[in-house]
Design a protein around this ligand. Structure first.
Ligand code: KG4
Ligand code: ZN
Length: 331
């Protein structure tokens, strides 16, 4: 079964084709980083307009790379939320239109669940149930993914997402946008001990996160004017990684699960990967970290989760609407 996936929830225009839920035939992503860089963040209206411009080209290129014509596609999946509404609408409408015009089954996909599904495109693939640590520009949470691939949030950030803090501090320090990769590269030449930054762990057993205090402290430390940018980057990265590793350990202890899956753009970070893989408290836990290109936003993860849902007979109506937020707490 060949499933075509569409992802346009933020500023990446991505289309992918996945065979039988596991084999990635093509994953084409057009990044808008250069467009938003001079604003220091994503401008929603520019992002949605550029999705409109790029999506037909990205779709053609995906089918060309896979060597498959539109008639070879068996099902369609598209992200319907959470994300920027105008952006979501472009990929969702394209997916629904493709499915409708060819009489194909269609399923709408939750962006966060898709992130946690990216790891199944690699060998070995994680078998649910597992604990997922999702860390991106818009979200930071710990979730249990059950046998039926349902998604239960155990803890989430109460304020800023980790990636958002990295991007904002990078902007304050003039490092450019998006900050993640630049902060990682800059941090290699700095000392993580140069400046003491807070690590909010909240209550002893809390699986929630809080990063806004760190954002303020790092910005203030920089604004004092006596810090090398390399040292700021290294200290910021280490503070975020410390919190993520400690919370992952807490999540594993709280659930008793023996599999941990990392997902989201921040999990492309080499220092986080190294610390998680070397963490003594996670010995005996199987850890799955997708390659960086599957950590950041991509349609491969959407097509993979879509394949699995379509194969189970799940369908979404063609009047499915985009949702900027999807409520999860308390469910
Ligand atoms: O998952 P993603 O592509 O988009 C969202 O759904 O938000 O994540 C983007 C975030 C940005 O904040 C970016 O700075 C961060 O992931 N990021 C990184 C790295 N690469 C991307 N953060 C730390 N280290 C990296 N190497
Ligand atoms: Zn994302």
């Amino acid at each position: 079964m060949l499933v075509l996936g569409f992802e346009t929830s933020c500023d990446d225009t991505s289309v992918a084709l996945v065979e039988d839920g596991r084999r990635l035939l093509a994953n084409v992503t057009s990044s808008q980083d250069a467009i938003h860089a001079r604003f220091g963040g994503v401008v929603p209206e520019l992002a949605s307009r550029n999705h409109l411009l790029k999506l037909p080209l990205v779709l053609d290129e995906c089918l060309r790379q896979a060597g498959v014509g539109p008639e070879g596609v068996d099902g369609v999946a598209a992200t319907y939320g959470p994300g920027l509404l105008g952006c979501l609408l472009v990929g969702l409408m394209a997916g629904k239109s493709f499915a409708w015009s060819r009489g194909l089954p269609f399923v709408g996909i939750d962006h966060l669940e898709a992130h946690l599904f990216a790891a199944v495109l690699e060998e070995p693939a994680p078998e649910p149930p597992f604990l997922g640590l999702l860390v991106s520009g818009g979200h930071t949470c710990l979730a249990v993914v059950d046998e039926d691939f349902s998604f239960r949030v155990l803890g989430a950030t109460r304020d800023d997402a980790a990636g958002e803090v990295i991007d904002k501090v990078a902007r304050v320090a003039g490092l450019g946008y998006p900050g993640g990769r630049i902060v990682e590269e800059t941090a290699r030449r700095g000392s993580a001990k140069a400046v003491k930054l807070p690590r909010a762990m909240l209550a002893r057993d809390s699986l929630d996160f809080s990063f806004s205090g760190l954002k303020t402290a790092a910005s203030q430390a920089w604004n004092r004017g006596d810090l090398r940018v390399e040292d700021l980057a290294a200290s910021l990265q280490e503070a975020i990684v410390d919190v993520l590793v400690r919370k992952a350990v807490r999540g594993i202890r709280a659930t008793g699960l023996r599999r941990l899956v990392l997902a989201g753009g921040v999990c492309a970070n080499g220092r986080l990967r190294e610390r998680i893989l070397g963490e003594p408290a996670l010995r005996g836990v199987s850890i799955f970290i997708p390659p960086p290109r599957l950590c950041t936003d991509n349609a491969a993860m959407v097509a993979a989760l879509g394949s699995w849902r379509l194969a189970r007979g799940e369908r979404s109506p063609l009047n499915l609407n985009a949702q900027a937020t999807i409520s999860r707490r308390g469910d």
